[in-house]
Design a protein around this ligand. Structure first.
Ligand code: ATP
Ligand code: MG
Length: 293
């Protein structure tokens, strides 16, 4: 473990309980980008609650708010972040200075309102940004990037660089069409992209399954791309209630349908999630460097 990680742990106090981890996975960090074609489909709520459920399963997770312009993960947690990525770059802070804690001690990095600046950096700043991100190698088991919707060039870089993508869609045709457009574009640039599909706001299980299958089938038929159906989350009024309360729905309403769905989805994800060769923040960063050019 590097010294800075140790120092941060000391600074942050109590170590989270780690279980369900096989030794071979220790020290390897998986980067997951959560995205969608259309906006407002539930990415941020999913990212936050997915992170918390992974943490409850013993994983060390860092949630990274990368939604340019609309960064709001801290609002969903009812905490106001004191530092963010923009501070990291502008004030040359270290990554350990900008990691904050939310409910259940979930570690997160806030986006900040000037986040779009980070994509217009000069070489020195880009290098510094990468150098700081690299410090998270081995510190976290999983880094979750809550990216913005749509197909901006900047977001695409993160999608293409991540070890895998979680694509959130709702059953609405507009959301599905936009999701497919995103898949098509990402696949065009990275044919072996690993995409997990989550169908959010379903009325019942059948709708979740049928919607997911539709998207998987189209990608398979027209792009020859095999995507993975990760699961679905019911449309549940508790989600909106939790947003108003500014507390994650999995914690505020642990017995709600949405919380139950998230828990089963995370269990399934961990079962399937045998660590792959391309895992690791170094791989992520080297791809990010390539796509940055
Ligand atoms: N499973 C659900 N059941 C009911 N409502 C939901 C569900 N998921 C999300 N919502 C509603 O959708 C709203 C938007 O969710 P969220 O902010 O997570 O979307 P987003 O995809 O991150 O949006 P943006 O593209 O603007 O970043 C929430 O405030 C909530 O009211
Ligand atoms: Mg969002």
């Amino acid at each position: 473990m590097n010294d800075q990680a140790q120092r941060l742990r000391e600074k942050l106090g109590k170590l989270p309980v780690r279980n369900n981890r096989s030794d071979e996975n220790v020290g390897r960090t998986k980067v997951i980008a959560v995205t969608s074609g259309k906006g407002g489909v539930g990415k941020s709520n999913f990212s936050l609650n997915f992170a918390l459920c992974l943490q409850q399963k013993g994983q060390r997770v860092v949630l990274f708010d990368l939604d340019v312009g609309f960064a709001n993960i801290d609002v969903l947690m009812g905490v106001s972040a004191k530092k963010n990525i923009v501070d990291l770059i502008d004030k040359r802070l270290s990554i350990w200075d900008i990691i904050e804690k939310g409910p259940n001690d979930l570690e997160f990095i806030a986006g900040g309102s000037g986040l779009s600046q980070i994509f217009e950096l000069d070489e020195v700043k880009v290098h510094y940004f990468f150098e700081q991100l690299a410090q998270l190698q081995g510190y976290a088991d999983t880094i979750i990037l809550d990216t913005g919707a749509g197909m901006s060039k900047d977001m695409l870089r993160f999608l293409l660089s991540a070890n895998e993508v979680i694509l959130v869609t709702t059953p609405e045709p507009t959301s599905l069409t936009d999701a497919y457009a995103l898949v098509k574009m990402a696949h065009g640039q990275k044919p072996d992209i690993r995409i997990n599909v989550v169908v959010n706001r379903v009325t019942n299980e059948k709708e979740g399954r049928v919607t997911g299958e539709k998207l998987l089938l189209v990608a398979h038929r027209f792009l020859d791309l095999h995507m993975n159906m990760l699961g679905f989350v019911h449309d549940d009024a508790h989600v909106s209630k939790a947003v108003k309360k500014q507390y994650p729905f999995c914690l505020a309403y642990p017995t709600s349908k949405a919380a139950h769905d998230l828990k089963s989805l995370v269990s399934a994800y961990l079962l399937q999630g045998k660590m792959e060769d391309n895992v690791g923040i170094k791989g992520f960063l080297s791809r990010l460097r390539t796509f940055w050019k």
